[in-house]
Design a protein around this ligand. Structure first.
Ligand SMILES: Nc1ncnc2c1ncn2[C@@H]1O[C@H](COP(=O)(O)OP(=O)(O)OP(=O)(O)O)[C@@H](O)[C@H]1O
Ligand SMILES: [Mg+2]
Length: 354
């Protein structure tokens, strides 16, 4: 929810080429309304949900049209838009499991004049899967190596890992919080969106007892396939563990940084021992977080996906462009080995521009 990421990708060349890319910050009012929808789902009216769906589709179109202008291309030059949408609820655990992304693809198609592929997750959930993470199949396509086992870690709101072990099918799962808790805590105490480079966390001291309690969260010990969201890792969850203690806020931030690093490092050490670790997503810019992960997985190396040829800020957006291409070609792009579904599926719905 920090920005609308957009990339224009050419898949006609190998390796794929990013022609243009942008990150458009959300309009603050729109962002606040989406946050209210996500955090107070029980008290938001259906009319508000319906309108936000369309408002977001329209904002996505704005980002796509601006990108075309930057690249001096007309809509006819683009085969399709792959649009993940904004996740507002992810509940694969309920008796009638579901996951919901908004950002109306119909509005996006109408306002760009381009065919849209959207709604990528729900078919996998219908097939008995977690609907997440989806990125591993894309990572498998672009990051697999014959020379080393690799773990690709995406640090968005939630963290997820892809394991690319030589001679084995791709696996992956959500590790726990990515930036979500770090962002939430600093927003509450310092009024900023995120802890740039982990500088504020570095002014505090990790509280080992608190870290231990956070690591007791049962989700972390569950075997894959598994996925999570801000339904679990949120500030009320943190406050529940904190209790009425008088800890300094910067010490809590330092502890959250170690906690986030530990969830990632433990996942890699347990499921891909010896793998080289490559990081993408906005968290790849958090130097203190990367250093904490590196300390925990040493001597195995940690680097950004930049060294593999893909900017960490745009891996996700490129992935959904790739998924759109797969869907239009009639190929599956989920992996049962990742999500636990009954099988691989062609993902998403197609909203054709006539
Ligand atoms: N210099 C930096 N220092 C620390 N954190 C950073 C820095 N730059 C970006 N971030 C983090 O990256 C986040 C944005 O990352 P990203 O766009 O991958 O997350 P997201 O949009 O929530 O992703 P997702 O939808 O995959 O959950 C910011 O909210 C912030 O926490
Ligand atoms: Mg983002």
């Amino acid at each position: 929810m920090d920005a609308i990421d957009a990339v224009l990708v050419d898949f006609g060349v190998t390796p794929l080429k990013i022609i243009a890319a942008s990150a458009t910050p959300f309009d603050p009012v729109l962002k606040q309304r989406i946050a209210a929808l996500v955090d107070h789902a029980g008290s938001v009216a259906l009319d508000e949900l319906g309108q936000l769906d369309v408002a977001l589709g329209s904002a996505f179109a704005g980002a796509a049209n601006a990108l075309l202008q930057t690249a001096a291309l007309s809509p006819e030059a683009v085969t399709a838009i792959g649009s993940h949408g904004q996740t507002i609820r992810h509940r694969p655990d309920l008796p009638y499991p579901f996951t919901t992304q908004i950002g109306d693809p119909n509005t996006l198609a109408e306002s760009t004049g381009i065919t849209v592929v959207g709604d990528f997750r729900r078919r996998d959930v219908a097939a008995g899967g977690q609907g997440a993470p989806l990125l591993p199949v894309f990572h498998d396509q672009v990051f697999r190596s014959d020379g080393e086992d690799r773990a690709i870690v995406n640090l968005g709101g939630i963290g997820n890992v892809t394991i690319l072990a030589r001679g084995a099918p791709v696996t992956g799962f959500d590790t726990g919080p990515g930036n979500r808790l770090l962002d939430g805590w600093i927003a509450e105490h310092r009024g900023v969106d995120y802890d740039a480079d982990g500088v504020w966390a570095a002014t505090g001291t990790c509280d080992a007892a608190l870290l231990g309690e956070l690591l007791d969260e049962p989700y972390l010990a569950l075997p894959p396939p598994k996925s999570t969201g801000r339904e679990l890792f949120n500030l009320p969850w943190l406050r529940h563990t904190l209790g009425p203690s008088g800890r300094r806020p910067q010490d809590v931030q330092a502890t959250l940084l170690e906690f986030t690093a530990a969830t990632v490092a433990d996942a890699v050490l347990r499921h891909a021992p010896g793998a080289a670790l490559y990081v993408c997503g906005g968290g790849a810019h958090n130097r203190a977080l990367l250093a904490a992960i590196a300390r925990r997985v040493a001597p195995y190396p940690v680097a950004s996906t930049t060294v593999l040829g893909l900017d960490p800020d745009y891996v996700e957006a490129v992935a959904f462009a790739w998924f759109a291409q797969r869907t239009l070609a009639g190929y599956c792009s989920s992996a049962a080995s990742v999500t636990g579904a009954r099988g691989a599926r062609i993902l998403g719905g197609i909203y054709r521009h006539a």
